[in-house]
Design a protein. Structure first.
Ligand SMILES: NC(=O)c1ccc[n+]([C@@H]2O[C@H](COP(=O)([O-])OP(=O)(O)OC[C@H]3O[C@@H](n4cnc5c(N)ncnc54)[C@H](O)[C@@H]3O)[C@@H](O)[C@H]2O)c1
Length: 352
């Protein structure tokens, strides 16, 4: 008999908890393929004096990051990162990207030989030389394993309420594509698979920059036409970036849920859009707004925007991405928000 797959979920924020609900439901449903018990690593914190892991394992709810949603009883919250990955054959990475490096070095010596990973993390890591590292590459280089990516128009709170949506899995291995379908697909969370891992992942990371632009439109009280224009131009810059710097990225990937659909939902309802709107309306700092509006969740767009800017500066390609550059300058308060629509002129004015 072939060994059952054992799944470990690394991260338990808003999206981590929502996807854990789906995963644990499916590991219980497909007990012939997966071990039913599914561990989720929780960065421990106290809620009214009680450990979050204890609350999750008794109340079956992540009261801080996904309140009001019942989690399956076969989902076990584990505060010890090393214990959470013990014996796992599939590692699901779903934590804010600023924590990935430390997480990888902690588990490096403790993972099972032959395991695979899938990343749901949106964002890059940029090193001291201003080189971009995709999270999938970081995982595969650090752990020496195959890595796939899952991205889509998936606002966690809606997914958790079983509102219909689609998602895209980029996975190079045909057999693993089938296994991931079993692990993630539900009636209301419809999964498509493609082999373009980089394309899927890059869509998910770059869209948060465009979401800041969409938030600026809202902060300025501009209407749907302007926001749609920012989204369209943003999508073209996303595609250009992915194909300029990464081999094998397919144009079709941008029409999957991870591309155009995720961009739309992020620019209409996501957290980066919301905070960018408040940034224009209040003039407060990003840090203050993150603390005020996101209840412990992390704002990714400003970090990604800064990282992409450093990378493009190093490559001498700023001028080819005028919208990204202008959004960066607005986020840095170097340019008035209204100039988001003037991106060509701004780029000519500010390029070195
Ligand atoms: N929320 C969404 O709707 C959504 C949808 C799709 C993808 N994503 C992506 O999924 C990833 C995870 O996002 P999320 O929404 O689950 O997280 P989140 O922003 O809701 O929560 C933050 C998480 O980080 C943990 N944390 C805090 N400090 C930490 C530390 N020092 N070390 C490790 N962990 C720490 C917290 O315990 C919490 O689990 C992100 O890349 C995000 O872009 C989110």
């Amino acid at each position: 008999m072939t060994e059952k797959e054992k799944v470990a979920i690394i991260g338990s924020g808003n999206w981590g908890s929502a996807i854990a609900r789906i995963i644990a439901t499916n590991t219980a449903k497909h007990e012939n393929i997966f071990e039913k018990e599914t561990k989720i690593w929780v960065f421990e914190e106290l809620i009214d004096g009680q450990k979050l892991t204890e609350i999750m394992n008794t109340k079956h709810e992540n009261v801080k990051y996904l309140p009001g949603i019942t989690l399956p009883e076969n989902l076990i919250a584990e505060p010890d990162l090393i214990k959470s990955v013990d014996g796992a054959t599939i590692l699901v990475f779903v934590l804010p990207h600023q924590f990935i490096s430390r997480t990888l070095s902690t588990i490096k010596e403790h993972i099972k030989k032959g395991c695979r990973a899938i990343t749901l993390i949106k964002g890059f890591v940029v090193d001291d030389q201003d080189e971009i590292h995709l999270i999938s590459d970081m995982i595969s280089e650090s752990l020496g394993i195959q890595v796939s990516a899952l991205m889509g128009a998936n606002v966690a709170n809606e997914v958790a309420q079983d509102m219909f949506c689609e998602t895209t899995i980029g996975c190079a291995d045909q057999k693993d594509q089938e296994m991931y379908l079993k692990l993630f697909n539900t009636k209301t969370f419809r999964v498509s698979t493609v082999s373009d891992v980089y394309g899927v992942e890059i869509c998910g990371s770059l869209k948060n920059i465009v979401a800041l632009g969409a938030g600026f439109c809202d902060g300025l009280s501009f209407g749907g036409n302007s926001k749609a224009a920012i989204m369209r131009i943003g999508l073209l810059e996303m595609k250009k970036f992915a194909q300029m710097f990464y081999k094998g990225v397919e144009s079709e990937t941008f029409f999957e849920s991870c591309g155009v659909a995720d961009l739309i939902t992020t620019c209409v309802g996501g957290r980066n859009r919301k905070v960018a709107e408040a940034f224009v309306k209040t003039g407060k700092s990003w840090n203050d707004l993150e603390a005020e509006l996101l209840n412990g969740q992390k704002l990714q767009g400003t970090l990604t925007c800064d990282e992409v800017h450093r990378f493009l500066t190093k490559k001498g390609k700023i001028e080819e991405f005028p919208l990204f550059f202008t959004i960066y300058l607005i986020a840095q308060k170097k340019v008035e928000p209204l100039r988001v629509f003037d991106f060509d002129e701004v780029t000519t004015e500010f390029k070195k």
